[in-house]
Design a protein around this ligand. Structure first.
Ligand SMILES: Cc1cc2nc3c(=O)[nH]c(=O)nc-3n(C[C@H](O)[C@H](O)[C@H](O)COP(=O)(O)OP(=O)(O)OC[C@H]3O[C@@H](n4cnc5c(N)ncnc54)[C@H](O)[C@@H]3O)c2cc1C
Length: 290
C-alpha cells in the first residue's frame, strides 16, 4: 500500500518546523521515526498534504542530566533508551519497558517524541511518562510550554498537542533513593502491543512503602495512574495483605474494553496479576538497594 501524495519538508531547526506547522495548520503532520505515521498513511487513515520531517534538527536526540533526573530529546530512539547507561542507572524501569516495544527494527527508528505524540493507550512510553510524572516540553512559533504527562493524554490517539506544536523534550524528575521498580506486561506474541501492562515504583522507608506509583496500560482510553491503590499502600508497612488490597482496588477502578484480542473480564483479571507482580518486584528491588 502506498501513502497519498504530500509535499515534503525537511526542517533544519525547531523554529523552521513550527513555522511550517503554523503555515499549514491541520493539513500538516510531523514525521519522526515514521513507525506509526507511515502505516497510518499507507492505510489511508491519515491524508496530510504536508509532511514536516524533524529528523535533521540537531540537538533533539540528547539524553542529559537534570538535577539527578534526565532530560531526553524528542528524537531519542527507543533503542537508545533501552541501551543508554544513564537511563539504565537512573530509570531502569524505562530501559526495561523498552524491551516490550515492538521489534528491534522498529525500536531503531521509533522516537520518544513520536510515541508520546501518537498517544496510544497500549504503548509503553506514554505509560512510563505518566508513572514517572514526566514533564513534556512542546514548542510552537514564538514560544514553548511544559505539559505534565498526566494532563497530556486526552483520549486514544489524542493528546494536548495543538496542530502547530511539536514535542521537543521530555524531563523525568529524579526518583528518591531506595526506589525500586516493576514492569509487567502480557502479550500473546513477543513484540505485540500489550493486552494489559502495569508499571510501578516504590520507595522503601524502613518497613513502609512510600511514593508508591502504579500506572496501567491497555485498560483505558489513555494510560492511567491507579491512585486509590497507591494511597492504600503509601505510608504503610509493606505486606502481601496490602498488595492484595491494592490489586482489588485496581481491578475495581478500571473499565477495560472488550475487543478482538481480549474481553474486559480477561483484561481485568490480567491487570490484577500484573499489579501484584509489579508491586512485589518494586518492593524487592527497593529492599535490595540498602
Ligand atoms: C508493527 C509495529 C508494532 C509496534 N508495537 C509497538 C509496541 O508494542 N509498543 C509501542 O509503544 N509502540 C509500538 N509501535 C509503535 C512505535 O513505537 C512507534 O515508533 C511510535 O509509536 C511512534 O514513534 P515514531 O517516532 O515512529 O513516530 P511517527 O510515526 O513519526 O509519528 C507518530 C505520530 O506522532 C507525531 N509526531 C512524531 N514526533 C512528533 C513530535 N516530536 N512532536 C509532535 N508530533 C510528533 C506524528 O505527526 C504522528 O502523528 C509499533 C509499531 C509497529 C509498526
Amino acid at each position: 500500500m502506498k501513502p497519498p501524495a504530500f509535499k515534503y519538508f525537511a526542517a533544519e531547526s525547531v523554529e523552521e518546523a513550527v513555522s511550517l506547522l503554523a503555515q499549514h495548520g491541520d493539513e500538516a503532520k510531523v514525521i519522526a521515526g515514521g513507525q506509526s505515521l507511515v502505516p497510518m498513511l499507507n492505510f489511508r487513515l491519515l491524508s496530510p498534504s504536508v509532511i514536516v520531517d524533524i529528523n535533521a534538527i540537531p540537538g533533539l536526540d540528547q539524553i542529559e542530566d537534570c538535577n539527578g533526573g534526565l532530560k531526553i530529546g524528542a528524537l531519542t530512539r527507543h533503542f537508545s533508551l533501552e541501551t543508554s547507561q544513564a537511563v539504565r542507572k537512573r530509570f531502569p524501569v524505562i530501559s526495561a519497558a523498552m524491551i516490550h516495544v515492538a521489534h528491534l527494527a522498529i525500536r531503531n527508528r521509533g522516537t520518544i517524541g513520536g510515541s508520546l505524540s501518537h498517544a496510544d493507550p497500549a504503548a509503553e512510553l506514554p505509560t512510563i511518562a505518566v508513572l514517572l510524572d514526566a514533564k513534556i516540553t512542546v514548542a510552537r512559533s514564538g514560544g514553548e510550554r511544559v505539559i505534565d504527562a498526566r494532563g497530556f493524554f486526552e483520549s486514544a490517539l489524542n493528546s494536548a498537542l495543538e496542530d502547530d506544536e511539536i514535542v521537543t523534550q521530555v524531563e523525568f524528575p529524579a526518583l528518591p533513593a531506595r526506589t525500586g521498580w516493576g514492569f509487567h506486561e502480557f502479550t500473546r506474541r513477543s513484540g505485540d502491543f500489550g493486552l494489559a501492562g502495569v508499571a510501578a515504583t516504590m520507595t522503601q522507608s524502613g518497613k513502609d512503602a512510600a511514593n508508591v506509583r502504579i500506572a496501567l496500560l491497555g485498560v483505558d482510553e489513555t494510560p492511567i495512574r491507579a491512585v486509590e491503590a497507591e494511597s492504600l499502600l503509601n505510608g504503610n508497612e509493606f505486606s502481601m495483605d496490602g498488595v492484595r488490597a491494592a490489586v482489588e482496588s485496581v481491578r475495581e477502578s478500571i473499565e477495560p474494553n472488550t475487543d478482538l484480542h481480549a474481553s474486559a473480564d480477561y483484561r481485568r483479571h490480567l491487570v490484577g496479576i500484573l499489579t501484584e507482580r509489579a508491586l512485589t518486584s518494586a518492593w524487592r528491588r527497593a529492599s535490595s538497594l540498602n
